[in-house]
Structures are given as structure tokens and as C-alpha cells.
Write a protein that binds this ligand. Sequence first.
Ligand code: PXG
Length: 286
Amino acid sequence: MSRKVYVAGKLVPAEQATVSVFDHGLLYGDGIFEGIRVYGGRVFLLKEHIDRLYESALAIRLQIPISHSEMTQAVEDTVKANEIADGYVRLVVTRGSGSLGLDIRRTSNPQVIVIADTISLYPPELYQTGMRLVTAATIRNHPGALSPRIKSLNYLNNIMAKIEGTDAGTVEALMLNHNGEVAECTGDNIFIVKRGVLKTPQPDAGILEGITRNAVMKLAVEAGITVQECVMTRHDIFTADECFLTGTAAEVIAVTSLDGRQIGTGKPGPVTNNLLERFRKLTRGE
Ligand code: PXG
């Protein structure tokens, strides 16, 4: 079966799924995206992802040419056409093609692209051992320059930090904000547990408000755990009882050291394991 990609309003064989070299998504990173999981043939938290996509569009003044319900249908159709049971959906909306230059008024035809694929996950053994983390020298985009709350096609900020992590031999890197406070990782949100309280940076720290983050916060409340969004520094992570990351690809994964300092016992902690189990149940629709 050849892979089918949704582009220009229809499903076409992957080889024929193309956009113009004059598309401002390519020329300027002018566009937005979502990364969504499929579990057991069901698209996970699709409404939340589509809502965030339209909010990103609003923020960059991009008029998505189809409605929420047509977008939902396009995702469902693409998953079905590719017979994806467990996998990944990449939803992209570009500014469309136009003349060279930044003026959005000289672009037309924003492109909606839906790709259904497999996803590259962290090595399974990391879920047993937890991961090491380093702090990147590259800080997260200043919210007054390009808000990290927009899931834009311009991911160079994150890529620069990811390179630093890779060079240091880690699979993720911690990013601080312009005030030197903890923001998030290159593609994951961060949490700590301190004396039984779950803490995570607030959205205006300059982070992407992760869908997995929000789901995990809700699961924690249901489990009777106190949840706080607060200012957090590296010191809070060094001295935490537990630390973990959340993300569409990562799900929930323990962090056991930061910049060579062991966190807690140096092993995934009980709250992390509890929330991972609850999250996996949620993905199975239980
Ligand atoms: N922060 C950043 C900067 C991200 O890019 C998250 C946090 C976690 O958000 P969610 O909504 O996933 O819980 C992300 C998510 C990809 C890919 O293909 C990237 C993400 C998610 C899925 C796929 O690079 N980033």
C-alpha cells in the first residue's frame, strides 16, 4: 500500500504530495504545525490539538482555509487511508506561495498538509532508567520576539538547543527563558515533584502549553496530587525529589540528573511512575 498524504484538499500518493518552492512556509518558516499521536486507531486528544492549531494561526494572522470540523475530518481520513493503528500525525499549515519578501498580503493559498507516519520515540530503556539532561546555552525565544506559545514552523531556536544536548550525549536539553528561569525542553515540557507537590513553569514563562502537559496536570489533580504552575530555577530541579518530561512523543519520562547533579534517588520516582501509568491508561481510552 502506498502512503497517502493529504494536501490541497485531497489524499494523494506520497510521491505526488508537494508544495511550491515559493511557499513562505519553506522560504520563511511562516506557518504552524501540530504533532499528534494515534493509539489503537484513535487520534489522541485531537480536539485539543486542532484548537491549539487554530490559536497558533490566530497569533500569526494566518487564515486557515478550512473549518475545525473539516480539519478533524482530514486528519481522520488520512489516518484511515494509511491504516495507522499506532503512529503519528503531522498537521502543517503554511502561509502559501507568494513573491519573495515578507509581506503576507502577497501570498495566497495557505497549504493544509496532513502526514500520517510512524514516530521516533525515546529508547524504551530510558523509561526504566530515566534520562540525563543538560542545560542548553541557547535560551528559549523571548515571548516578545516570537512567542513559544505559537507552534510555528520556525523551530531553529529549539534545534540550536537540541544540538547542544546531542553534543553533550543527551536526548533532550533544558532551555531557560530570558530571565534565566526554567522554561521547557526542546520538544517536551518539564515538571518537578517536591514534598508531594507537582510543579511546572507557567505558560507565560515562555513555553509551549503542551497538550500532554495539560493532560498530566489533570490526571494529577484526579489522583489527589497538588499541582502548581510557578517560577522555577535550575536550583529547584537540582533539589527536587523527582523530575519528568511530558510530550506527544515522550509521553511521561523521568529525568534523573541535570548538568551532572543527581535528582532525588537517581531513579524514576513514585509520582512519575504513577502519572506515567495513568497517562498510558488514558491513551488506551480506559
Ligand atoms: N515544548 C515544545 C517546544 C514542543 O515542541 C512540547 C513542549 C510538548 O507539547 P505536546 O503538545 O506534544 O505535549 C512540544 C511538542 C516533532 C514533534 O515532530 C514535536 C513535538 C511534539 C510532537 C512531535 O518534532 N513538540
